[in-house]
Design a protein around this ligand. Structure first.
Ligand code: SF4
Length: 337
């Protein structure tokens, strides 16, 4: 694990850190001492999908290296503005599975609630980078309509809180929501999809654990980490807090060109995750969202590196290589070459 990158005295509360996100491309480029040639394309691309990252994540980026694998996940690039055939704004056709605002029902036994409409980071490859969050920002009555939908769907036994990032919500709101979900008797599991354990580990507190735990529900946290350099001591501390409370922590990654498309990097990622108590879960092929084509790894290369990964790790540390295809009843496993 990479040692703590921010001295203890500099660690702020998560609310303070959220108020101080890095959102100006010039600030990012200047602070990392990058060449000025990166600025104009970054400003242009950020007009379409803003730059956003936390100081905590910033502290793990190597200064002076425009190819740093963490920087490449957040730095807007000119390539995002180039049209690519087959890439569109809603690659998973989610608008067809949005029966009431704030709820996506794609798979039979689980529904996804768009619990929050923002993240503390904007990952450049995000498949929801064009999602109409403004139409899915819920008032209390709309929350009730989404929960009513779940109440009337007895085949659903798992609710996924997603977004945006659900941990952008305060603990009180989360506790209210979890209680509403727990009151629906056919729901057995609560799953939370969040990048906060990685990008803002101070968000993981005992109060948060209290808010998302309920004696009637099994709580699972699926975090999102793509590269071993993202894991430092603070990330380990946050995960330990979750694990101590009995929350199962899984990880999903996206296979990204020039970031983690290398079997040794992926093997180190799985080892590092397991060391802190996280079970590798999925390795996703990129969803074909407009603006992200430069991150795509070909199927052939993905299958080859996955075959290598199988030889480098025990089976229980190998995430499932999958692709999501709109209108399929589940994720589609991709076999090694
Ligand atoms: S944290 Fe997840 S939802 Fe938010 S921008 Fe990144 S990939 Fe998208």
């Amino acid at each position: 694990m990479i040692p703590r990158t921010v001295p203890t005295w500099q660690i702020k509360s998560w609310q303070e850190e959220l108020k101080q996100l890095i959102q100006n491309p010039k600030t990012l480029i200047d602070r990392l001492q990058l060449d000025r040639e990166w600025l104009e394309p970054a400003e242009k691309a950020a007009r379409h999908f803003p730059l956003r990252l936390t100081e905590s994540y910033f502290s793990r980026i190597r200064p002076g290296d425009p190819h740093d694998p963490l920087l490449r996940q957040v730095l807007p690039l000119g390539e995002e503005l180039e049209a690519a055939p087959g890439y569109d704004k809603d690659p998973l056709d989610e608008s067809r599975f949005n029966p009431v605002p704030g709820l996506v029902h794609k798979y039979r036994s689980r529904v996804l609630l768009i619990a929050a409409t923002q993240c503390a980071i904007n990952c450049r490859y995000c498949f929801r980078r064009h999602f109409p969050y403004e139409d899915n920002q819920l008032s209390r009555p709309e929350w009730q309509a989404a929960l009513d939908y779940v109440r009337q769907a007895p085949e659903v036994n798992e609710v996924i809180l997603s977004g945006g990032d659900p941990l952008s919500l305060g603990d009180k709101h989360l506790a209210w929501l979890v209680q509403q979900i727990a009151d629906i008797t056919h729901i057995k599991r609560l799953r939370i999809h969040s990048r906060y354990p990685v990008i803002l580990p101070t968000r993981i507190t005992d109060e948060l654990v209290g808010a998302v735990s309920h004696p009637r529900l099994r709580t699972v946290m699926v975090m999102h980490c793509n590269h071993p350099q993202e894991i430092d001591e603070e990330v380990g501390r946050g995960v330990a807090t979750l694990v101590r409370a009995g929350i199962q922590v899984l990880n999903q990654s996206v296979l990204l060109k020039k970031i983690n498309d290398n079997s040794r990097i992926l093997a180190t990622l799985s080892e590092s995750l397991f060391d802190i108590g996280v079970q590798p879960y999925y390795l996703h092929l990129l969803d074909k969202v407009e603006g992200a084509a430069h991150f795509a790894v070909s199927d052939e290369d993905a299958k080859t590196l996955y075959g290598e990964l199988l030889t480098l790790l025990p089976g229980y540390l190998v995430p499932k290589l999958v692709r999501e295809t709109p209108h399929e009843g589940s994720k589609t496993p991709v076999s090694p070459a």
